[in-house]
Design a protein around this ligand. Structure first.
Ligand SMILES: [Zn+2]
Ligand SMILES: [Zn+2]
Length: 258
């Protein structure tokens, strides 16, 4: 651990007494380094996405792998990303922690969320490209002011800090939310698919070189139907088209899968 890392560790330990985000037990400094703000017992309760998940939208199958060729979530619609991968299911403990993080102004839990997302590297397709732009799903400024931070951007930052050394990740907040929308979580599936039309925009024109040389990782905290990430991917695809170039791949990543 570098001195900067150690200092950071000490500083956050001083501001926030290291406690488990799930059950409030105090954590040793060694545990804090391994998995920040999560005790071993609560980590055990998280439900990883099993090996068999949809190769397109990342939804984990309840049926045994290979039972259905068309995924119930994405089989009947066009998604603008190439594929999506999530780390854990949004159930029980995980859902409660994410809720506390986002709505309880618990910015320090960004470190935990970024750490949890590391398990997506188990998907070998992510190692086929070594240079990625990391694009957080933007929040509308009004919502960001209320929340105090954009969780996707903070998770992206932490995710980048722990990336495998052979992979180059650059934070690229190139999207903005131009329309204030109802929270996706408050809507049913049909409404979700319509709610975000035209909600995102590019901040500025991207260069042909930038598009040529990178894949895109779109980061969201929780993915459910994949609509939000797909809308972002669509804007990025047209940004490539506008400079007659193409991203090598557009992938959606999230900590939790609803
Ligand atoms: Zn705990
Ligand atoms: Zn699917």
């Amino acid at each position: 651990m570098s001195w900067l890392e150690q200092w950071r560790q000490a500083a956050t330990g001083w501001i926030y007494p290291p406690q488990c985000a799930g059950c409030d037990v105090p954590l040793s400094s060694q545990r804090q380094i391994e998995v920040p703000f999560l005790c071993h017992d609560c980590e055990e309760k998280l439900v990883p996405i099993p090996q068999g998940y949809c190769p397109v939208c990342g939804q984990s199958y309840d049926a045994p792998v290979g039972m259905s060729l068309r995924c119930g979530n994405c089989g009947d619609r066009e998604l603008a990303f190439d594929f999506a991968v999530s780390a854990y299911r949004s159930s029980g403990e995980a859902r409660a922690m994410m809720h506390a993080y986002k709505y309880g102004k618990q910015l320090h839990l960004s470190r935990l969320m970024g750490k949890l997302m590391q398990s997506i590297w188990g998907d070998t397709r992510l190692h086929e490209i070594d240079s990625w732009l990391v694009v957080p799903v933007p929040l509308h400024p009004k919502r960001q002011r209320g929340r105090g931070f954009n969780q996707s951007q903070e998770i992206a930052r932490e995710f980048i800090r722990h990336a495998p050394p052979e992979i180059d990740l650059k934070l690229a907040p190139v999207l903005k939310r131009s329309r204030h929308t109802v929270r996706q979580a408050q809507l049913d599936r049909r409404e979700r698919l319509k709610n975000l039309k035209g909600a995102f925009q590019l901040r500025k024109k991207l260069s042909k070189e930038l598009v040529n040389e990178h894949g895109i990782l779109i980061i969201d905290d929780v993915m459910t139907t994949g609509t939000t990430v797909s809308e972002c991917a669509e804007i990025l695809r047209s940004a490539g088209d506008a400079v007659s170039s193409e991203w090598s791949r557009i992938v959606g990543l999230s900590v939790l899968r609803g």
